[in-house]
Ligand binder design. Sequence first.
Ligand SMILES: Cc1ncc(COP(=O)(O)O)c(C=O)c1O
Length: 379
Amino acid sequence: MSTDRVIFSRPFRASRELANLEAVLASDHSHGDGQFTASATAKLKAITGAPHALLTTSCTSALEMAGLLLELGPDDEVIVPSFAFTSTATSMALRGATCVFADIDPATGNLDPESVAAAVTERTKAVVVIHYGGVAADMDRLLALAGQHGFAVVEDNAHGLGGSWRGQPLGTIGTLGTLSFHDTKNVHCGEGGALLLTDEILMARAEIIREKGTDRARFLRGAVDKYSWQDIGSSYLPSELNAAVLDAQLDEFDTIQAGRHRVWDAYAAGLADWAARNDVQLMTVPEDRAHTAHLYYLRTPTEQRRDDLIAHLGGLGISAPFHYVPLDSSPAGLKLGRTPRPCVRSAEFSGTVVRLPLWPGLRDEQVARVVEAVTAFTV
Ligand SMILES: Cc1ncc(COP(=O)(O)O)c(C=O)c1O
């Protein structure tokens, strides 16, 4: 058996990246909103069906834009999952809003609508939903709660470009959606992101917020003859160098996804019997959702056995990390949030989850080696 290390994630290399970068460097336009930004944005709109998309420097900055667009302030509360990345919460806390932590549904790792319902107050202005691993959250119940109580739904869709819920593309179902192009994501440009919008009024304001509070986007379209300070804002647009890489990656989106699904499917088939014998829960995808093969995870019955499995795989040269540490009990979560009900399932999920190596270039024999190593472990 080969003993080379099986790393957890390797950023994809698209064939046109270098040519695109050279074109930018040879041009006089490396700052944001040039031809590659326009091209990559058009491709994102085609993949997601979103009427509007704006490239940003990260998913975190797209979430910060969402917080600005929703006009969050110190009187507001935003419900976020405890089992989440820090940006999901800190982007809202940055506006002075209180993060109210809700628990997850262990079947998907996504927000549990019952827990959200219990967290709603008169101050609730938004909920931030993650589609963990690119598997949609239970959107109908969350949308129903949002409609009933009049709050916004932000989809932190860092994992879910190309995924869908009942045929609707992830990131376009709520009020606003965000994407990540960090190099651990399916499609990347080192660091990058995007904001997806359907609402014309929010879009008009978003392009100003993204460009230091100016109407430069309107000026570039020839709609105004000079641009000036219009609103609050920041610098959320990526350079053309990042957009050039992103554009090349999006050209090969189908290849990337096919490569990732090949690995995901091999894990699902190769681990099923072992999981059933060992009381291990494999990642599952409800029938009404198309996932993105962003992650393949499994859950052990206890935290100790999870740590033992990670150590066992590490000893065999396989990197298999855990994931988010619950936000509700984190130092910032205790300071900036509140937790109406203990997020017990988030803590359990966080303590028992292991992610297996998953990237499009992973060779079949490496996937087989991971399956062999996992199934050699008795839980
Ligand atoms: C759910 C979620 N949201 C947001 C982010 C932050 O993305 P970025 O690094 O593009 O800011 C991550 C990062 O992994 C994430 O997992």
